[in-house]
Design a binder for this molecule. Structure first.
Ligand SMILES: [Zn+2]
Length: 316
């Protein structure tokens, strides 16, 4: 068996996602969704026909269920269970690209491939103790009031509050707060966040004791319902920012929980990014480390709000 290399860049330029999906017999099962194509995921076998999406312009794919995504090489590597290098060789052969195999990568200044080399940082101690995922919630809060007078202090419209399934909670752990449902990327209800309503009330957010925000990205499951994706992926530092972006008409916004970014959140965001053109961070509460980590993958623009103003430009 050949142990050579072919140029990843040339393979990606020569083969489309459509061609790869057609070869596997998946393409005919996809349907158009805005500028993307959507269908069942060939990997996680989820049930949503919007879960797996392909952006033909970027020649990229992403699954909201398994939170995996990337280019044609990543797809073939995942499907075949091989390395990206072997995937490139397979594509070269399947599509008769005739790309010359190199016996060895030129050992000259080790030019890393196009995937950005990520400096490994030791995980934070708390992350090691996290479970693999948050279990689905076994109940729903049925008496949330999206119209409650106390909510006026937040300045978020009733329509937006309703759209997120949120409402004023009159009893229990979230009493006196805006309870906002949090879902997994597959759309399962996991928890309610309790957002303080009054000015200066602390803590700003309450989460159930066994829920781990670091395992989730807020609003990720709605991204697959957005009719059309164009431009950057909007990201807010916490949940409230996502509701405020929805008020501004940005449906495809995602949210972190306290401005920080866990490895799991990073993975989910970078996967979803394959459908978008860079990140637009909206809000001031992002940790510097969050911005720096995201900037390794794509262009990051950071603004304090969406009103016209000079952006704090940061790019990869
Ligand atoms: Zn999947």
């Amino acid at each position: 068996m050949s142990q050579g290399f072919v140029s990843f860049v040339e393979v990606k330029q020569a083969v489309t996602m459509e061609a790869v999906l057609t070869r596997y017999g998946f393409f005919e099962n996809l349907s158009r969704k805005g500028k993307n194509l959507a269908g069942l995921c060939p990997f996680c076998k989820g049930r949503s026909v919007r879960q797996f999406q392909v952006n033909p312009v970027k020649n990229a794919w992403y699954c909201f269920g398994c939170k995996a995504g990337g280019n044609i090489l990543d797809f073939v590597a995942k499907h075949e269970g091989v390395s990206v290098r072997t995937a490139a060789l397979k594509l070269n052969s399947w599509f008769e690209l005739g790309l010359a195999e190199e016996a060895e990568r030129p050992s000259a200044p080790s030019a890393p491939a196009e995937t950005p080399k990520v400096a490994e940082e030791p995980p934070l101690a708390t992350e090691e103790t996290l479970p693999a995922e948050n279990p689905p919630l076994t109940f729903t809060l049925k008496t949330l009031d999206p119209n409650h007078a106390e909510l006026a202090a937040l300045g978020i419209g009733t329509e937006t509050i309703e759209r997120f399934g949120a409402g004023y909670c009159a009893k229990g752990l979230m009493k006196g707060r805006l309870a906002i449902p949090i879902h997994s990327s597959r759309g399962e209800l996991l928890a309610y966040a309790g957002l303080a309503v009054g000015e200066g009330e602390t803590p700003r957010y309450l989460f159930p004791p066994k829920f781990h925000p670091a395992l989730e990205v807020f609003n990720l499951h709605r991204l697959m319902e957005v009719p059309e994706e164009t431009g950057p992926l909007h990201l807010a530092p916490e949940i409230e920012g996502v509701l405020r972006l929805a008020e501004e008409g940005v449906a495809s916004a995602l949210g972190l929980f306290d401005g920080s970014l866990s490895p799991k959140q990073e993975e989910a965001l970078v996967g979803a990014l394959s459908l978008y053109e860079g990140f637009l961070l909206v809000g001031e509460e992002f940790h510097d480390r969050t911005v720096a980590r995201l900037a390794r993958y794509a262009t990051v623009r950071w603004v304090s709000d969406l009103s016209p103003q000079p952006a704090t430009g940061i790019s990869a």
